[in-house]
Write a protein that binds this ligand. Structure first.
Ligand code: COA
Length: 371
């Protein structure tokens, strides 16, 4: 039995290798360290889907397909507006699911169909998020612009003004860093659904739902609650001590795969270091102080920071409201989900594990009025 499927290899993949010992992430053979600051989310999408970097015309075509698919169907706009005060991951899950309704050919799971539909969903997820945020704040939604890249347009729709090049770069890098991470829980969820030959809207909806939990994508938001609770770097020691004494898990630490600090942390930290204002710096300093205490006490047990320790602070720098942090993660990780769905359907076999039955047998049924 493999509780939590630990160590179970379900298939072969060319998409991503997470080396938990060396702390390297390879996207289709390229080290993520070489892509951050140089590549773009759009280029990465092409790489994950095609196992090779695009030529210029191929990249231009994908960028155009994405930038012209950002508008939401009117029924999805109405849905987001009517649920503006609901949890952003609930709205995202519902919106991704609802996108199937305006696709006459939603069940097309051919390679071309998957690319076309995934492009549409990926293009629209930032629009869903930005629209909900602006409705919540009592602001008019901002229509997407076709002349901006995926990351820059996302920030533009959130804030109603064009981001600086530096801000757009930071957002692009967070999207690259969160785009893919092997067979994590939400990706597995998308693959399980795809393996039934359900349509891609169902697969991506399953994945959004799975990402929501605090043991996975939701950790970004619980880290922010932690940083607020700790308050300042000088309080980190006593706070961490108390958590460890109470045997509580500390958000933003630990990982099933890594035995070393998550390699994405340093990229987030570098952007924060450069862009943080005073408020964000307090979070950053607090996060670093908590890290020092946790590493000193639990490092030998292999408990190191994961990327969620820093991502919230960078989102804060980019003025993304905390309630939306996990949804930003979804906007990024949909790249990996869609790539794995495509790979699964190239050589599909339905996922159907077993469970060891430990209950009783041969129990006699007694009608309700006779119990
Ligand atoms: N703080 C303190 N101790 C932790 C810890 C944390 N964040 N994460 C794991 N541990 C400890 C566990 O208590 C356990 O100790 P024990 O063997 O003495 O009982 C041991 O490390 C193994 O933990 P386990 O929960 O079995 O690991 P897992 O592989 O099932 O879970 C996570 C991995 C990520 C779910 C887990 O580390 C966690 O809950 N982290 C906090 C949430 C988080 O940041 N999630 C984002 C992940 S990217």
């Amino acid at each position: 039995m493999h509780k939590g499927l630990e160590g179970v290899v379900v298939d072969e993949s060319r998409i991503c290798e997470v080396d938990g010992e060396s702390g390297d992430i390879w996207y289709a053979g390229y080290n993520v360290d070489d892509l951050v600051g140089r590549s773009s989310y759009e280029e990465l999408l092409y790489l994950l889907w095609n196992d090779q970097l695009p030529m210029e015309d191929e990249l231009n075509e994908l960028e155009e397909d994405l930038s012209t698919s950002r508008e939401l169907p009117s029924d999805v706009e109405a849905l987001v507006d009517s649920q503006a005060d609901a949890g952003p991951m609930d709205v995202m899950r519902t919106a991704v699911s609802a996108l199937a309704a305006s696709d006459d050919d939603a069940n097309d799971i051919s390679r071309e169909g998957l690319v076309e539909k995934s492009t549409g969903v990926i293009a629209k997820m930032p629009t869903v998020l930005a629209r909900q945020h602006r409705r919540r704040e009592g602001l008019e939604p901002v229509a997407p612009r076709e002349d901006l890249g995926h990351a820059a347009n996302f920030l533009y729709m959130l804030h109603g003004e064009e981001p600086t090049e530096r801000e757009a770069r930071a957002m692009d890098d967070t999207l690259i860093l969160y785009a893919e991470h092997g067979m994590n829980a939400s990706t597995f969820s998308s693959v399980v659904t795809a393996s039934t030959e359900a349509n891609v809207y169902s697969s991506l909806t399953s994945a959004v739902g799975t990402l929501q939990g605090p043991l996975h994508g939701g950790a970004t938001e619980t880290v922010v609650e932690m940083l607020e609770e700790v308050g300042s770097a000088d309080r980190a020691e006593s706070w961490v001590e108390e958590k460890i004494d109470n045997r509580e898990k500390i958000p933003g630490f630990g990982h099933r795969v890594y035995e070393v600090p998550d390699p994405r942390c340093r990229h987030f930290a570098a952007h924060i270091d450069e862009l943080a204002d005073d408020e964000a710096r307090t979070w950053y300093d607090t996060a670093n102080a908590v890290r020092e205490e946790v590493e000193a006490r639990l490092g030998e047990k292999g408990i190191y920071p994961n990327t969620d320790l820093y991502s919230g602070t960078l989102y804060r720098v980019l003025e993304v409201p905390p309630a939306f942090y996990t949804a930003v993660f979804a906007v990024s990780r949909v790249a990996g989900w869609s790539a794995h769905v495509m790979e699964q359907l190239e050589d599909n076999r339905i996922m159907r594990p077993r469970v060891k039955y430990v209950g009783e047998k041969n129990r006699e049924y007694v009608a309700v009025d006779e119990r």
